[in-house]
Design a binder for this molecule. Structure first.
Ligand code: PLP
Length: 394
């Protein structure tokens, strides 16, 4: 067989995605593994797609997205993220995923390095492998409420570093970075002449604190902002997101989107238009429900002395399994991947093992707060009971 691209041939599938694929479609399991909103897409959004199928030709369209949607996204970014982009600098993408991937392909050549958060969303790893870029992890610190110390990043920058990837509100930590943290990160990028790739997919899912967008902190052409309809509008499967980029980058981003998908389906774009321009009460209603789910999950943790941090945004909770299992301090890291496999097989609960988020939380699990509250409570209790008696088989 001819050789494969080595950065993909040697890439190990991430444990969270592997477990998710194993559990996909199984109604007999409690699903706490993904950020999958436990709400249907609001009816006025779904109806716009139905009307599009009935009334419009589902044909090809511009690779960077139709002007009417780019304008709606620019207005929404102004409303939520605090800066007014030109609609010409907005590119419509296949979810936030498509925007992050397109940006990495535009900003990196193989062998370049990208600073990513640890713990951080596992999706970044596959994107970097596809771009041939190398992840360099920078720590998010529990003692800082899962925010980074921007001053600590200087030492991680090398001659091949091109991009500083920032994610606030953050997955899995649930931190909403302060203005000072973000200013520090943007200053670090300026010092080393790096791009800032700002993943703001949870910008409307904030329980306390306020969202600060990196792009609102500087006029320099340095920041690419990524957003999505997936999380705030319960539209994960519709695959509509966006990138907002400095003017010179918008064209290349459109080239990548055209090269990958040509254009997104018109019915999904009409649904996104309805989401962004229609009534916004649904966003607040779902956010309030996620907050209540966070609080009930924290109650379960508190009863066992395990509630360390109250997530301020996104919809995830990190659980210290090592503590839940009374894991001996001299036994090395609690093995969260074998634990998550055993939990699925023996107790029918699916969670994301901490080891899938980088190197810093091998003994944690991430639990999604987005789904049904009864399932959340039951799944969490089952996981904690199981952890208390679990030891890996020799
Ligand atoms: N960024 C983060 C931090 C995420 O958690 C996710 C999805 O879980 C995404 C980006 C991608 O979301 P989507 O492609 O559905 O917009």
């Amino acid at each position: 067989m001819p050789a494969l691209n080595p950065s993909l041939a040697n890439h190990q599938p991430n444990a969270m995605f592997r477990l998710g694929a194993l559990a996909y479609g199984r109604d007999d399991l409690i699903h706490l593994e993904f950020g999958e909103p436990g709400f249907p897409t609001p009816p006025h959004i779904a109806s716009a797609a139905v009307a599009s199928i009935a009334g419009e030709r589902q044909g090809y369209g511009p690779g960077n997205g139709p002007q009417w949607l780019r304008g709606a996204i620019a207005d929404r970014v102004a409303r939520v993220d605090g800066f007014q982009p030109d609609a010409g600098d907005v590119v419509v993408t296949a979810g936030g995923t498509g925007a992050l991937m397109a940006a990495l392909l535009c900003l990196c050549v193989p062998g370049d390095e990208v600073l990513i958060p640890d713990p951080g969303w596992p999706g970044y790893e596959g994107m970097l492998a596809a771009a041939g870029a190398r992840p360099v992890r920078y720590p998010l610190l529990p003692e800082r409420g899962w925010q980074p110390d921007p001053a600590a990043l200087d030492d991680l920058v090398g001659p091949r570093t091109r991009v500083l990837l920032v994610n606030s509100p953050s997955n899995p930590g649930g931190a909403v970075f302060t203005r000072a943290t973000l200013e520090g990160l943007v200053a670090c990028a300026r010092r080393h002449d790096l791009w800032v790739l700002s993943d703001e997919c949870y910008d409307e899912l904030i329980f306390s604190g306020a969202h600060v967008s990196a792009a609102a902190l500087t006029d320099e052409p340095r920041v690419v902002t990524v957003g999505t309809c997936s999380k705030s509008y319960a539209m994960t499967g519709w695959r509509v997101g966006w990138a907002v980029a400095p003017h010179a980058l918008a064209g290349p981003l459109g080239v990548v989107v055209s090269a990958q998908v040509n254009n997104l389906p018109l019915l999904a774009l009409r649904a996104a238009e309805a989401a962004l321009t229609g009534p916004q009460e649904c966003v607040a209603t779902m956010r309030d429900a996620y907050r209540a789910r966070r609080d009930l999950a924290l109650d379960s943790l508190r009863a066992r002395g395990l509630a360390d941090f109250t997530p301020q945004g996104a919809f995830y909770l990190l659980v210290d399994l090592a503590r839940a299992a009374n894991w001996p301090a001299d036994a090395g890291a609690f093995p969260s991947i074998p634990f998550a496999e055993a939990l699925l097989a023996e107790r029918g609960v699916v969670v994301a093992p901490g080891a899938s988020f980088g190197e810093r939380i091998p003994g944690h699990a991430r639990v999604s707060l987005a789904g049904d509250p009864d399932a959340l409570r039951a799944g969490l209790e089952r996981m904690l009971d199981f952890a208390a008696g679990w030891r890996p088989s020799a």
